[in-house]
Design a protein around this ligand. Structure first.
Ligand code: 5GP
Length: 189
């Protein structure tokens, strides 16, 4: 795809650090409608607690929850696995825990991107110990070829290649979360 094709005009302020559009805003929204419909179908009898992993999954959660036609509830966790760099450290730190008691609940973790799998693997074990009825994952992006740990992903939006990406919640040093498409990052991290 050509660099900055359809999302060009609104991103002039970030252009010097953005490479090509990996997923356009239109494709993101279309996929999220599909995911919402599937989740609505799968959880008819038991609406899940959506656990959003801050901060990267915030845009995804906000759009996804509005496509789920069930009385879902939401809660937030903040974890840190990268710091400001673009390589995983393998160390997961819990910065904010859930407010909700999840014992006996259906849990759906809403995650922005699965890269090495280390963050999710840790979270699944950490939350699994609190006795949820079920615990599943909905990841917007799955980076193929890099998994160090196999994590079960019930829902995946898009498989993407190994480049470092920003936009739609994903940052580099806290920047670019407010882009409505996903781009490769070509600046200095
Ligand atoms: P993992 O533990 O699977 O290696 O990494 C998961 C976390 O690392 C994600 O939730 C996300 O915060 C961050 N991450 C992984 N790949 C990327 C990427 O390409 N771009 C950005 N901005 N963050 C990433």
């Amino acid at each position: 795809m050509a660099p900055h094709s359809s999302d060009d005009l609104s991103t002039h302020w970030a252009r010097h650090e953005l490479g090509e559009v990996v997923i356009s805003a239109k494709d993101l929204q279309a996929k999220i409608v599909e995911l919402g419909q599937q989740i609505t179908k799968d959880y008819q009898d038991n609406p899940p607690l959506l656990v959003c992993v801050l901060k990267g999954a915030v845009n995804f959660l906000a759009d996804l929850m509005r496509e789920i036609e069930l009385p879902v509830t939401v809660d937030f966790m903040a974890v840190s696995s990268y710091g400001a760099a673009t390589k995983t450290s393998g160390v997961v730190q819990i910065l904010k825990d859930l407010d909700t008691d999840i014992a006996g609940r259906e849990i759906l973790i809403v995650e922005d991107i699965v890269d090495s799998g280390l963050t999710l693997d840790y979270l699944l074990r950490y939350l699994g110990e609190r006795g949820p009825k079920s615990i599943e994952v909905c990841a917007l992006l799955h980076k193929v070829g890099l998994q160090r740990v196999e994590v079960p992903l019930k829902y995946v939006g898009f498989a993407i290649p190994e480049a470092f990406v920003v936009g739609y919640g994903l940052d580099v040093a806290e920047r670019y979360r407010n882009l409505d498409a996903i781009y490769t990052f070509v600046g200095e991290a």
